[in-house]
Ligand binder design. Structure first.
Ligand code: FPP
Length: 225
């Protein structure tokens, strides 16, 4: 059996449908989505994951109504205020992929503070994708690589937002959608993909363990045979 994954990424989808099914406002779906994040972070301790990357806000999410963007921003700020102590105490190194400078001043200050506070931690890297798009990331990385010399797979990868993280092993998407939606496009080249119908607020560490068990049972060939 293969070793467990070093780096897992999740497209957390289905908050809106979770709320609609219960005749609740969308904001309640996002709130329960944050609770699912909190419980998952607690649940993965001891699993030996080196990195976990969560898609919290895509570069396309700016097209959502302003009040929903406000709700998501408020939830993020609240999450940092309420959970940073616990995250830091557990040795987690926080990282942002994408460009969080587009959020409001208060959010940027909270995020920057959280990054500084956890920068020296040596446990799991928790990367939150904020204002992130995979195509934009590849363009930025290609430009940076070209400015320094030749563009090769290695020089480009060295300029991706994930450059200091282990290779992506397993990408999970919840809520039954079978798309990458501009997430970790370069990094997914050899990742195992796992799609589940579970809506994000209902996703637990047991679902993650199931996906990891499937991963361990698959033989990855990286194009060889
Ligand atoms: C997709 O559900 C989810 C999002 C666009 C936001 C994901 C964000 C969170 C779960 C909160 C993350 C917060 C932290 C602190 C990491 P959707 O609204 O697209 O659902 P739908 O497709 O059912 O409408």
């Amino acid at each position: 059996m293969a070793d467990g994954p070093r780096h897992v990424a999740i497209i957390m989808d289905g908050n809106g449908r979770w709320a609609r099914q219960r005749h609740l406002p969308r904001a309640m779906g996002h709130k329960r989505g944050v609770e699912a994040v909190r419980n998952l972070l607690r649940g993965v301790r001891g699993m030996g994951l080196e990195a976990l990357t969560l898609y919290a806000f895509s570069s396309e999410n700016w097209r959502r109504p302003a009040d929903e963007i406000d709700d998501l921003t408020r939830l993020m700020k609240h999450f940092i205020r309420s959970d940073l102590d616990e995250i830091a105490a557990n040795g987690v190194r926080l990282k942002i992929i994408g460009d969080h400078s587009a959020f409001d001043e208060e959010a940027v200050a909270l995020i920057d503070g959280a990054l500084t506070r956890t920068a020296g931690n040596t446990g799991t890297t928790l990367a939150i994708a904020l204002n992130y798009g995979g195509q934009q990331e590849i363009v930025r990385a290609a430009r940076a690589a070209a400015a320094q010399g030749e563009i090769t797979e290695d020089t480009l990868a060295a300029h991706l937002d994930t450059a200091d993280m282990p290779p992506l092993d397993l990408l999970i998407r919840t809520s039954g959608e079978i798309r990458l939606s501009n997430f970790l496009l370069w990094q997914s080249a050899y990742a195992e993909l796992s799609f589940t119908d579970v809506l994000w607020p209902d996703f637990t560490v047991d679902h993650l363990r199931q996906a990891v068990a499937q991963f361990a049972g698959r033989e990855r060939r990286f194009g060889g045979r």
